[in-house]
Design a binder for this molecule. Structure first.
Ligand code: ATP
Length: 240
């Protein structure tokens, strides 16, 4: 579904991604872990062209999105992204946040968009918050609205960039439960996370990045039981 070949990204003189090659299958849930600055977010952001790769290629469902002349808006329609800070539209109600893109981009009729939004709110446990404004919600609720808003575009792939890092500990669980539900439903997902337990329990594959390289790519059970590289061993000693 996603084929990445020899992907590099350089900011000024800083080569942040140093040739990443990998394949993500449909339905795979990839947890991206590694030390701060190892390139996890940059890798994720390259997948929906929030960062333009310096070299290499990314092919999603047969479309080379890294070609010059790629229609970025079109490429992004199939990829949802959820950020650490929720980026909700503050002056719109929850339901208007969710219906905005389907109406504007897909030209979905209002009634259909609202009915889909209500289903999504149900799914993330916020059916009673449709008419609230984001400022009235807790961080965990805001993040769940952000997830519903991404899902409203019916993406094939969801990208999560540290979705729980800005949340108080008691809210982490509710957001991870929603993400986990999505994983169980077969959504293809890549998640940059510092939640090792989540990576171990919910991911199908763990990517360990270090210094801009994909150092290990394995099933969580084997990665956490027996990491192969010195760097991963040291990293896990620090975080577990
Ligand atoms: N827009 C940018 N301009 C310049 N440098 C950047 C930019 N984005 C990221 N970097 C640099 O790229 C490197 C990797 O950053 P990235 O955010 O991808 O790492 P990360 O592994 O996600 O780290 P963290 O866990 O701390 O979020 C860092 O040195 C960072 O300063």
């Amino acid at each position: 579904m996603i084929n990445v070949t020899d992907l590099t990204k350089t900011f000024g003189k800083n080569q942040v991604l140093k040739g990443i090659t990998t394949t993500v299958e449909r339905g795979e849930v990839v947890a991206l872990i590694g030390p701060s600055g190892s390139g996890k977010s940059t890798f994720l952001r390259c997948l929906n062209l929030l960062e333009t790769p310096t070299s290499g290629s990314i092919v999603i469902d047969g479309t080379v999105i890294t070609d010059k002349g790629t229609d970025i808006t079109k490429a992004r329609q199939h990829i949802g992204m959820v950020f650490q800070h929720f980026h909700l539209f503050p002056h719109m109600t929850v339901i208007d946040n969710i219906t905005f893109a389907p109406r504007k981009v897909k030209r979905m009729p209002m009634e259909e968009a609202r009915s889909k939004a209500k289903e999504l709110l149900e799914r993330v446990g916020l059916a009673d918050k449709a008419d609230s404004y984001p400022s009235r919600l807790s961080g965990g609720q805001k993040q769940r609205v952000a997830i519903a808003r991404s899902l409203a575009m019916e993406p094939d792939i969801m990208l999560f960039d540290e979705p729980t890092s800005a949340l108080d500990p008691e809210m982490v669980k509710e957001v991870l439960a929603v993400i986990r539900g999505l994983a169980d439903s077969g959504m293809t997902m890549l998640i940059v996370t510092h939640e090792m337990r989540f990576a171990r329990d919910a991911a199908s594959t763990v990517y360990f990045l270090d210094g801009g390289r994909l150092v290990e790519r394995s099933e969580p059970a084997s990665f956490f039981a027996k990491p192969q590289s010195e760097r991963a061993i040291k990293f896990l000693e620090q975080v577990l």
